[in-house]
Design a protein around this ligand. Structure first.
Ligand SMILES: Nc1ncnc2c1ncn2[C@@H]1O[C@H](COP(=O)(O)OP(=O)(O)OP(=O)(O)O)[C@@H](O)[C@H]1O
Ligand SMILES: [Mg+2]
Length: 266
């Protein structure tokens, strides 16, 4: 640790360790302890998978990190500083997310939905680290280029409410990117997509990580998870069951039991 700190240039704390560090997170809903002592981290240029059976606490974890929920215990550090405050304050620090069920302004056009993201980037003066030239483009050009980057082929003028499901997911991802995030949290982005759309998504996620973003990915489709993640945290009943590379996690008996044991016992 000491050696790491000595190597880091002054004022560049966020490059020393992981971009996101979660320590000892806990939250309960009445009698349900949805998260218990959850710790993990995510790094730039890497896709960190968060997997686990239904009800394991994955979305709750995202909601605690993004500020929709306030945990009972625990600490979240982002880019070297404590992460606190409303979801908007966290977005202005460079935290982007999508939802398990896409949330767009349905009566607004695609381009206006994307402009909402651009407003966040402008207000916080966030640089587009994945493509710095976007910073000098106006909202319409930024929206068009980011829509292309994520593979949206539809009309920018279409009302979001008229889009097919796959496009809702793509446009929501584009909106998150328009806000110039350092980290993107994606909650089951392949769910509801057909195989070609899911393959295209994997490619986009891989590219975004290569461009420097940290990606946190909740996903049930194991071929997506194993194909794209550098590191995986497995949740079960609100606790971290295992952390490791896809190979390590795939061969972990506790993980196999959490996924298959229930089916075997049923
Ligand atoms: N707002 C809430 N009020 C009460 N209980 C909740 C709330 N949100 C989540 N829970 C409970 O917390 C636990 C974790 O839920 P969560 O949605 O985080 O799971 P998940 O891993 O995302 O599951 P899935 O794979 O089905 O999306 C579940 O038992 C769920 O019923
Ligand atoms: Mg969920």
């Amino acid at each position: 640790m000491k050696a790491l700190l000595q190597r880091a240039p002054a004022g560049d704390q966020e490059d020393v360790g992981p971009l996101l560090a979660v320590e000892g997170l806990a939250i309960h809903f009445g009698g349900v302890r949805a998260l218990r002592d959850v710790s993990f981290h995510a790094r730039r240029k890497e896709v960190t998978g968060v997997i686990g059976p239904n009800g394991a606490g994955k979305t709750t974890l995202f909601n605690c990190v993004s500020g929709l929920l306030t945990p009972d215990h625990g600490r979240v550090t982002f880019a070297g500083r404590s992460l606190r405050g409303t979801p908007m304050m966290r977005a202005r620090r460079g935290l982007g997310r999508t939802f398990q069920t896409p949330r767009l302004f349905r009566s607004l056009s695609v381009v206006d939905n994307l402009a909402v993201g651009c407003e966040v980037a402008d207000a916080a003066k966030l640089p587009y680290e994945f493509d710095p030239s976007l910073g000098s483009a106006d909202h319409v050009e930024r929206a068009a280029r980011i829509a292309r980057l994520v593979g949206y082929r539809g009309s920018l003028g279409a009302p979001a409410g008229s889009l097919p499901f796959g496009d809702l997911r793509t446009v929501e991802l584009a909106r998150a990117l328009c806000a110039a995030p350092k980290m993107l949290m994606l909650d089951e982005p392949a769910s509801g997509l057909d195989i070609d759309q899911a393959l295209a998504l994997v490619e986009v996620v891989r590219n975004l990580a290569a461009l420097g973003l940290a990606i946190l990915l909740i996903e049930h489709d194991m071929s997506v998870v194993m194909g794209v993640c550098h590191d995986i945290t497995v949740l079960d009943f609100g606790t971290v069951l295992a952390t490791g590379t896809p190979e390590e996690v795939q061969n972990n008996p506790d993980v196999l039991d959490a996924y298959l044991g229930k089916a075997r016992r049923a």
